[in-house]
Design a protein. Structure first.
Lengths: 435, 435
């Protein structure tokens, strides 16, 4: 019996590409057994030479398109990132009948529908386990393991940089900007951390997760975004006093005729396991009609964890090819033709409980005035902390947890509270999810 | 374009079978899109009639073998449990060219190798996501998502009854037997709870998980077992005082030339997320060469969660059949011919840190005598609690956490400690895993 060799090509030999090569090299006989054949690295391409990387004798090109055009290559791994050259490369590879594996969340959030459709048309796969939550196999879980369920919500810590920053702020009472600088020094945050901080990175991953979970076409710009920089150390402390942790979550929820999609700092009851996921770890909590609640926790980034996810996709394809079977070409678990296009609920209509923090004069009638602003808009109060008077401060911090109310209502109430003469400065407002 | 209908049969309409029918009925158009065709319940069989269950117009037999012989049925779901009739049924179904999905961990722990080999020989699948950790997709994770890794260890809370009992003991300071009775009344424990209590149920699941994770043939009797009934409320309290939680874990670890397989109560540092998994939930922590550490948490039993796992397997097969592709027939992710047969490390050689609890006279020299028994055997002490003298007690509790030492060494040290005149009664001894 001859066993088949599946030839792969890697475009981009940065941290993830090097991780993939390491796992390939370490795979040995076990990897061959799992594939039912062998995987050969046939071609690598990097814009600048990478002589320090042992590419196992593969062809080595400066032009990534050479891999897409290489008749030897059956599976192309796109690890160059970005949405310009990467898009052209993936299209070229699919058009040349290559199966494609990518870790590129930005590309798929922006152009997924077009690329998934092209893959189906060409009869090849476009897989992306590594694009969301790094090493956590959440794409496979939603696409395959929960296929007998209707997903009702997904909520995830899907940006490790943001979680590292919040964890450090909580552990050491440090300011956001201070911890961000440290994260950059440690290599946990990019030189330009805008997309990690403002929620863009998490929103791209959320779009992919929600598309899969709900079988839906979703625009990259659909999620509401509030950045992790809107949290102050004082909020983390007060939240803890109230029995909550603050995490920066991507949340997608199915409503009757629409979807909620939002990325924001969130107070979570400390007894929920996801509230305890700290540091650079990621976590995804899925609620679904059959299973109930699932939580998956693991490394959301890094060379080897991300490579583990890339390899899962590569092996899945290689296993089919080695058995002379057609791999499953439905990137979304269903044909793109069957995807729905649900309405996205405007953030002003999204209800949640709320955490408010403000400074107010400590004199009779002030609390009554504040609570009246809330009750005007039908918002009840769940708990309230008023910090004791201090000689040093003209005003004292007041912290409120409210019942559920729509964003529009809380915003109107806050405008009224901020206009009270006894209240100083803006009201800090964060969402609470009791899950 | 005509879409294919995949016909399935269910043997056993207990709680899981009814869950499967519920998820099928709820699946609707989305399920058809995921399958790329439709699933039809063609035949059900139960020993006694179940008129209360709506079987969607399926044929209804009293003889489960009628399903295995039904030429209409392509996929047989075995939910009758046990290892006698179920074994014959699965063999008969495989021999008749049916794909089989089962939730039967006892059957596969005892006869998996034979049945998986038969499935491969007949060119059909034998899938079992529901057999381990209920709704948590841990089989798929290990088999597919971690295929690019070498797994180094698996540690799981894989018996919900045991976890419920420990959680209740911890929350209310109640005795084991008392909580067990309540668990039986609530339906969380079987009328005969032997297999939940003594670790047999967890050991069966561990054998399946470890077989997959390590590509190994493992005998059902291989794991060392210590029951959850070896934990007293006092141990839970003292563990907490030391910063630990006690969980009943199934643990499999790869050593250089052998495997460790063991099921026992375990002290885990409270900061580890798995230490916080309470109630009837299950959790599986996997360490692997690429991804590092993954944790999966969810419901380990129950009608709909277990049905969710069964449906994942059914849909996976149906999707291939609907596309006229051959489903992947390798139940273990590799051909059974390639499974290794590693040695199992004798429990006496397994090292871990240890928790010891004993009663000793509170007088000079006693602690020195105890610590000397440990140091005789090369065992260092990590921390020690001596409870204050009480007028009511001739002896006081002493709690020790040791450094890592083999089971043999700690047992010898304990025998010496128990022989000290100043120590009363047996020494309680539990393993500590710092992970």
């Amino acid at each position: 019996m001859t066993t088949k060799t599946v030839k792969i090509g890697i475009c981009g030999l940065g941290t993830v590409g090097q991780g993939v090569i390491a796992l390939l090299a370490e795979g040995g006989e076990v990897l061959s057994h799992r594939v039912g054949g062998s995987i050969e690295l046939a071609h690598v391409a990097t814009r600048t030479p990478r002589p320090e990387v042992d590419t196992m004798g593969a062809k080595d090109s400066r032009d990534v398109f050479a891999v897409a055009h290489d008749p030897d290559v059956e599976v192309l791994i796109e690890l160059i990132g970005g949405t310009t050259v990467a898009k052209d490369l993936v299209i070229e590879a699919l058009n040349h009948g290559k199966h494609v594996v990518t870790a590129n969340k930005a590309l798929l959030a922006d152009y997924g529908e077009e690329l998934f459709a092209l893959a189906e048309e060409r009869g090849v796969v476009l897989r992306f386990e590594a694009a969301v939550a790094g090493g956590i196999p959440v794409i496979e879980a939603v696409k395959t393991s929960l296929a007998g369920n209707h997903v009702t919500s997904v909520a995830g810590i899907i940006n490790g940089t943001g979680n590292f920053i919040l964890t450090e702020m909580a552990a050491k009472g440090r300011e956001f900007s201070d911890v961000l600088a440290e994260a950059q020094a440690l290599g946990y945050a990019e030189a330009d951390p805008t997309f990690d901080v403002d929620g863009t990175d998490a929103a791209q991953k959320l779009v992919l997760l929600a598309s899969l979970a709900f079988g839906a076409r979703i625009d990259a710009g659909a999620p509401y975004k509030q950045g992790v920089d809107s949290v102050a150390p004082a909020d983390i402390d007060y939240a803890r006093e109230l029995g909550y942790r603050i995490k920066h979550l991507g949340i997608a929820k199915r409503e009757a005729d629409a979807l909620q999609l939002r990325v924001h700092p969130t107070l979570i009851p400390e007894a929920k396991a996801i509230a305890q996921v700290d540091g650079v770890l990621n976590a995804v909590m899925i609620n679904a009609s059959g299973v109930g609640e699932l939580l998956l926790v693991g490394p959301g980034a890094g060379s080897r964890p991300t490579a583990s996810a890339v390899m899962a996709d590569v092996i899945s394809v290689a296993r089919s090819l080695a058995a002379n079977e057609q791999p499953d070409i439905h990137s979304m678990g269903v044909s793109v033709n069957t995807l729905s296009q649900p309405a996205i609920t405007d953030i002003s209509e999204v209800s949640s409980a709320w955490y408010l923090r403000l400074d107010a004069e400590d004199k009779p009638g002030v609390m009554a005035a504040i609570t009246q602003c809330l009750s005007h808009h039908g918002i009840g109060i769940e708990s309230l902390i008023q910090k004791p008077e201090s000689a040093a401060l003209a005003k004292v911090p007041v912290i409120l947890l409210t019942d559920e109310a729509p964003t529009r209502a809380i915003e109107q109430a806050i405008a009224e509270i901020e206009a009270l003469p006894s209240v100083g400065g803006p009201v800090t407002c964060l969402r609470v999810e009791n899950f």
